[in-house]
Design a protein around this ligand. Structure first.
Ligand code: GDP
Ligand code: MG
Length: 176
């Protein structure tokens, strides 16, 4: 950069979509702040969390946007998608409806997200095995159908959350 440093910098906008209550905010909080809370105060608008990581000698500024209850507002959704380089699509393994609504979200992404956006499917709440309504195989089939990577995660038990973000970072890095 202009400072004379030879270190590369990138700023990436990452977004998280999916039905309400699937755990989008929890996943972001887990990744950015390293904690989990049973109840988040519902907020409105769009929240932004920042995380700085080092990857292959690069400093990467991740700007991770959270819909914060704007799932219903199409005009905000369009703003939300603008400039995104990566996106997670989240369903809840204890909620079959959230799986079925992936069709809606994929259509939404095709309509509004940048066409080359990196997509990863996440089945959240895999700690709730006894309440499971969506098998791992079903999740894998959906991911295969859309041709995107898939992770089952638990933001509560901190399972696979870092791995899914690392996969996202490596895929975006390869694209750049
Ligand atoms: P959002 O509406 O998609 O942002 O979902 P939230 O992050 O607000 O989560 C909705 C509810 O699911 C909250 O009560 C969370 O505590 C809970 N939750 C989120 N992730 C998990 C998880 O991995 N396991 C369990 N057991 N509960 C979760
Ligand atoms: Mg939320």
């Amino acid at each position: 950069g202009s400072s004379g440093s030879r270190q590369e910098h990138s700023t990436w906008k990452i977004i998280v979509v999916g039905d309400m209550s699937t755990g989008k905010t929890s996943i972001i909080e887990r990744y950015c702040d390293g904690h989990f809370m049973e109840y988040y105060k519902p907020s409105t608008g769009i929240d932004l969390k920042k995380k700085i990581i080092n990857y292959e000698n690069k400093t990467i500024f991740l700007n991770i946007w959270d819909t914060a209850g704007t799932e219903k507002y199409q005009s905000l959704i369009q703003l939300y998608y603008r400039g995104a380089i990566g996106l997670f699509i989240v369903y809840d393994i204890t909620n079959l409806n959230s799986l079925h609504n992936l069709e809606f979200w994929m259509k939404n992404i095709d309509d509004f997200a940048p066409s080359n956006v990196v997509r990863i499917l996440i089945g959240n709440k895999c700690d709730l095995e006894s309440n499971r309504k969506v098998s791992t195989e079903e999740g894998q089939l959906v991911a295969q159908h859309f041709g995107i990577p898939f992770f089952e995660v638990s933001s509560k038990n901190n399972l696979n959350v870092d791995d899914s973000f690392m996969k996202m970072v490596s895929m975006i890095n390869e694209m750049e």
